[in-house]
Ligand binder design. Sequence first.
Ligand SMILES: O=C(O)c1ccccc1N[C@@H]1O[C@H](COP(=O)(O)O)[C@@H](O)[C@H]1O
Length: 217
Amino acid sequence: MAEVKFCGLTRSVDAAEAVRLGAAFAGVIFAGGPRLLDPTRASEVLSPTVGSGTRRVGVFGAQGVDEVLAIARAAALEVVQLSYGESREHRVGLRAAFDGRVWAVKHVSDVRDVEAAADWYGDGIDAIVLDAAVPGQLGGTGVALDWTAVAPAVARLRRRGRVVLAGGLRPENVATALRTVPADIVDVSSGVESAPGIKDPERMRAFAETVRAHEVQ
Ligand SMILES: O=C(O)c1ccccc1N[C@@H]1O[C@H](COP(=O)(O)O)[C@@H](O)[C@H]1O
């Protein structure tokens, strides 16, 4: 059963909608780009999740371990998502210092990238986020992986630990994605927006309902 993560939130009304839809995760961006927040604003945006079952995720870029920890504390994050997942120093450092969950992002060009990430679970991380590799960008691109090409390698990866499927997911394609490449969590940012950082409640609802319908098939 795939869980849903709505990411790139910039408005508390969208976080409230994520909670209402039963999303497992709500994410905010500290990695740059049009959805970037500071920790104070992130706390405000994520306030509807407090006391709900929806966990707060922060997406980080090049920040060092101490800076990630300080932001995570200030924004009461429960998950840190490391867009510089390639850095073993970041994976090991955060795992040792952070009480919550640590996810590391693998940017995927082809199946070899998926295979190369398998050893990361040995660093104690809780999940690997697979996103499409787009030169010069860390995420929020709307670009999808070649699901068919990576499916066997992702199945092997899931025997080692949890997999978050990201990149170019939308209400219109998430059922196909899950049929092609099963994942523990599906992560969407731009695919449920009317403009960068502005979520469309109808698209959020359609995404969550499509994932739920897939589960009962
Ligand atoms: O969403 C962003 O703006 C962003 C910026 C910098 C790093 C990561 C970002 N988002 C992450 O990108 C993927 C997928 O995004 P999309 O659905 O293709 O738009 C997801 O993991 C977001 O957390």
